[in-house]
Design a protein around this ligand. Structure first.
Ligand code: GDP
Ligand code: MG
Length: 436
C-alpha cells in the first residue's frame, strides 16, 4: 500500500493546478490501492467519497499547491478512519481491573496477554495472568513460560475445571494478593463456533470484566474485520488489539476494523518478542502506511534504550534533517541494541522503501559500517563532498564495490530528503493538531 500511495502522491505533487478530472483520476487510483490492500469495500467507498468531496472544494483548487493539499486530506481522513486519537485502557475504580482477552486460535492472545502485562508492569502496575484456555494442548504451560520471562505470576488450575470457575478463582486470587490488574487468557477456536461464544459470554457475564479486548491477526486482512464484527455482535468488545503488524504489508485490517465495528484499536503488536507491543496511534499508523516513516515511535524506542540526552540529540537531528553519516553509523550501532533492524529501518522516513527488499543481516550491517569507516571525517559530516573519485576510493578502501557505496549514499540522501519534508510539515503545524 505504501508503494502505491507514494506513486499516487508523486503524481499529484508534480501537477501545478489540479482540475476536477485530476482529482477524480487520483481518487480512482486511491480506491484501487485500498481495495488491493484488502480494506473493507464500504470503508473504501466512504473514504474515497470524503476525500474527493473535500478535494474538489474551493480551498484546494485555489491553493498554490493543490497536490499537497490533497495528500494532506488523504492523511487526515486516514487518521480519522482509525479513530483520530489513541484510546487508552480504562481501569476499574475498584481493583483489580479485569481485562478479558478473546480471539481466534493463533491470533496471538496468549502472547499478547503477556505483552500487555509486561507493559502494565513497566507502568508500575501489578498484573496477574490467568490461564483460562483449557483446550489447546500446552496453552497453560505457554502462558507460564511467557509470564515467567517477564516475572509476572500466572494463575492456573490445570485443565480439569470450567473456564468460568477458573476466571472467578483467578479474580479472587488477584484480590487476595493485591494485584491491581487480572488478565484472562481465554480459549479460541480455529473458526468461530457457538460453543466458544457461549463460553466467552458466560465468563463475561459472571466476571464483568472492565474491558473485553479482541485480539486479531492483522495479516488476515478483511477476515480480521469479519471476526471483529462477529465477536462484537455476539459478546460485545471494548477494543481491538492488532497483532502481527510486522508481517502485514497491506494495512487493510488496521484501516477497516475501527470503521466497521466502531471499536477503537488500542494496541499494535509488531513482533514475536514480548516487548513488541505499542499503544496504537492513528496518526502514526497513517504515516507508516503512507511511507513517511514513524519517527515518533522510533524516538520512543530510542528513548527506552538510550540515555535521554543522546535521544534528544537524535530527535533534533531527525527533525532538522541534519544528520550525517557519522550519526548514521552511531544510530546503526544503537539500533542493534534496540531490536529487529528491519523493523526499525521501516520507521526511518524513506528507509522503509529502500530497505524493504534488503535482508538486513549482520553482514549487511558490517558492510555499511566498513563503508562509513572508510570515509574521512569531513566526508562523513558533509556527504556533499562525495564525488565519484572519492566514492571509488572509499569502495576500494573498504573492500566493497562502487555500487555498494552508491547505494548507501542514495539511501542516505532519500531519507534525508524525506526528513526535510517532514521537518517542514511539522514546523508548519506547530501548536495545531495534525499528523504529529
Ligand atoms: P493464541 O492461540 O491466540 O493464544 O496465539 P499465540 O499467543 O499462541 O500466538 C500464535 C503465534 O503467533 C505464536 O507463534 C506467536 O509467537 C505469534 N505472534 C503473536 N503475536 C505476534 C506478532 O505481533 N508478530 C508476530 N510476528 N508473531 C506474533
Ligand atoms: Mg493461546
Amino acid at each position: 500500500l505504501t508503494d502505491k500511495f507514494q506513486n499516487i502522491f508523486q503524481g499529484l505533487k508534480k501537477k501545478g493546478k489540479l482540475s476536477e478530472a485530476d482529482v477524480k483520476a487520483a481518487m480512482k487510483e486511491v480506491k484501487m490501492a485500498l481495495l488491493e490492500a484488502d480494506v473493507n469495500f464500504k470503508v473504501v467507498k466512504q473514504f474515497v467519497e470524503a476525500v474527493r468531496e473535500r478535494s474538489i472544494g474551493q480551498e484546494v483548487m485555489e491553493s498554490l499547491t493543490p497536490g499537497q493539499h490533497v495528500i494532506k486530506i488523504v492523511q487526515e481522513e486516514m487518521v480519522r478512519l482509525m479513530g483520530a486519537e489513541k484510546t487508552d485502557l480504562s481501569f476499574s475504580p475498584k481493583p483489580p481491573t479485569v481485562f478479558m482477552m478473546v480471539g481466534l486460535q493463533g491470533a496471538g492472545k496468549t502472547t499478547t496477554c503477556a505483552k500487555l502485562a509486561g507493559l502494565l508492569k513497566k507502568q508500575g502496575k501489578k498484573p496477574l495472568l490467568a490461564a483460562c484456555d483449557i483446550y489447546r494442548p500446552a496453552a497453560i504451560k505457554q502462558l507460564q513460560v511467557v509470564g515467567g520471562q517477564l516475572g509476572i505470576p500466572v494463575f492456573s488450575m490445570g485443565d480439569q475445571h470450567d473456564p468460568v470457575d477458573i476466571s472467578k478463582a483467578a479474580v479472587a486470587h488477584g484480590v487476595q494478593n493485591h494485584h491491581d490488574v487480572v488478565i484472562l487468557d481465554t480459549a479460541g477456536r480455529l473458526h468461530i463456533d457457538e460453543a466458544m461464544m457461549e463460553e466467552l459470554v458466560a465468563i463475561k457475564e459472571q466476571i464483568g470484566p472492565q474491558e473485553v479486548l479482541l485480539v486479531v491477526d492483522a495479516m488476515t486482512g478483511q477476515d480480521a474485520v469479519n471476526v471483529a464484527e462477529t465477536f462484537n455482535g455476539k459478546i460485545g468488545i471494548d477494543g481491538v488489539i492488532l497483532t502481527k503488524l510486522d508481517g502485514d504489508t497491506r494495512g487493510g485490517a488496521a484501516l477497516s476494523v475501527r470503521a466497521v465495528t466502531q471499536k477503537p484499536i488500542k494496541f499494535a503488536c509488531v513482533g514475536e518478542k514480548l516487548t513488541d507491543i505499542e499503544v496504537f496511534h492513528p496518526q502514526r499508523m497513517t504515516s507508516r502506511i503512507l511511507g513517511m516513516g514513524d519517527v515518533l515511535t522510533l524516538i520512543e524506542k530510542a528513548q527506552e534504550s538510550m540515555d535521554g540526552k543522546k535521544a534528544a540529540e537524535m530527535e533534533q537531528k531527525l527533525r532538522k534533517a541534519e544528520f550525517t553519516f557519522e550519526d548514521f553509523l552511531d544510530q546503526m550501532q544503537q539500533i542493534k541494541k534496540m531490536g529487529s533492524l528491519s523493523d526499525l529501518m521501516g520507521m526511518i522516513p524513506g528507509m522503509g522503501q529502500q530497505m524493504k527488499n534488503v535482508e538486513f543481516d549482520e553482514k549487511e550491517l558490517s558492510k555499511v559500517e566498513s563503508i562509513i569507516l572508510s570515509m574521512t571525517k569531513a566526508e562523513r559530516s558533509d556527504p556533499d563532498l562525495l564525488t565519484p573519485s572519492r566514492k571509488k576510493r572509499i569502495a576500494a578502501g573498504s573492500g566493497n564495490s562502487l555500487q555498494d557505496v552508491n547505494r548507501l549514499v542514495k539511501q542516505y540522501e532519500a531519507s534525508k530528503k524525506m526528513m526535510k519534508q517532514m521537518g517542514g510539515m511539522m514546523k508548519g503545524k506547530k501548536g495545531k493538531k495534525g499528523m504529529f
